[in-house]
Design a protein around this ligand. Structure first.
Ligand code: TRP
Length: 346
């Protein structure tokens, strides 16, 4: 990584399927739920696929148009997060969406093939409006821009959460429409929905999420992790350490299963048994979890500490990936215009 070579140089990418995933830079840090839900999967996929990761700052504007001053910091934070969990710039092309303006041009063309009613029906739009987001044109055309993100680099597979599946289907539908009307330009993308677990928050009330204030971040210090774990929700019915406790769905044990190594398994199994029989206290199990989580986070912290001392390297990785993606985007867009017979007056 230190040599900052462009992705693909060390990989025979010709026969590899291309995957594209993306994140909106609405925050500068990842939490354990993001790790379990998507980052861990990406680390695995980078070896099997020609992987693109898009930082969708234009999409972030659909909800953060009044917080543009945070975007630069958030983008750097996401990059540090990706690299510190082990995404390797030799294998992954990191792309900053707004620096590939061709995506907006393609989005316009795709918009000409998109009936308004299809966009009106998208479930994600209703959800965002219910959450109080402004009913802007950019929010309305969100799936069109996302389809352009996917089709511009001719991605085959799009690993996303269930909530994004409809958007990938939209991209596929519009690609079919384009190919039928103008000729085969786009491979048809498919979503890749892994059976990724959702991690409960430290409050045990729902999914881990920054806005619910129940998250442990990859950037939390060992002390912060300890503080959060020691005040974690466990089994509310258990008053004394001698009361039999519930293991199933208890976030402490969910985390132990998710972040313990194989070597930790016998001890974890033992604690589950003792806990269910009322033979071990919450405090002892939580102290064990603190150790497990910090063991998991330490190498991530170390990589991040190193990268934080080399901000120009991190910037260069993003710029080089974006430059590579842009070259491909320009190629695709030229094909698009040729197919549409818009390659006149050039
Ligand atoms: N909509 C995605 C999200 O909110 C982010 C995203 C933008 C994306 N463009 C993409 C994901 C292209 C996959 C492919 O999570």
């Amino acid at each position: 990584m230190a040599d900052g070579k462009v992705a693909g140089e060390f990989k025979e990418i010709k026969n590899m399927k291309r995957i594209l995933t993306g994140d909106r830079p609405t925050s500068d840090s990842f939490h354990l739920g993001n790790y379990v839900g998507s980052l861990a999967n990406r680390v695995k996929l980078q070896d099997e696929y020609d992987a693109f990761i898009l930082i969708a700052d234009l999409h972030a504007l659909t909800t953060h148009f009044d917080k543009t001053e945070d975007l630069e910091k958030n983008i750097r934070g996401l990059m540090l997060g990706y690299l510190s969990v082990g995404l390797d710039p030799k294998k992954v092309t990191f792309v900053l969406q707004s620096k590939v303006p061709e995506v907006l041009e393609l989005a316009y063309f795709l918009g000409t093939l998109t009936p308004r009613a299809v966009l009106e029906r998208q479930p994600a739009l209703k959800e965002k409006l219910d959450q109080g987001e402004q009913d802007t044109f950019a929010l309305f055309q969100y799936p069109v821009l996302m389809a352009a993100d996917i089709l511009l680099p001719k991605a085959n597979l799009v690993p996303v959460g269930k909530d994004q599946k409809a958007h990938v289907e939209f991209a596929r539908d519009v690609a079919i429409k384009f190919n039928n009307l103008y000729g085969e330009v786009f491979p048809l993308p498919e979503s890749l929905i892994g059976d990724v677990p959702t991690l409960p928050g430290t409050d045990g009330q729902g999914k881990m999420s920054k806005s619910l204030n129940n998250a442990i971040f990859l950037t939390d210090s060992a002390e912060e992790v300890e503080k959060k774990v020691m005040s974690m929700y466990t089994d509310p019915k258990r008053i004394h350490p001698t009361d039999p406790g519930t293991v199933e769905g208890n976030p402490v044990f969910v985390y132990l299963d998710a972040f313990g190594t194989d070597a930790d398994k016998p001890q974890t199994t033992n604690y589950k048994l003792l806990y269910s029989k009322g033979q071990v206290g919450d405090i002892e199990v939580k102290k064990y979890l603190v150790k497990i989580l910090n063991n998991f986070l330490d190498p991530i912290r170390q990589r991040r500490d190193k990268l934080e001392k080399e901000p120009e390297l991190v910037d260069r990785i993003l710029k080089e990936g974006t430059a590579k993606a842009r070259t491909e985007a320009q190629k695709t867009l030229a094909e698009v215009k040729k197919a549409m017979k818009l390659d006149y007056f050039v």
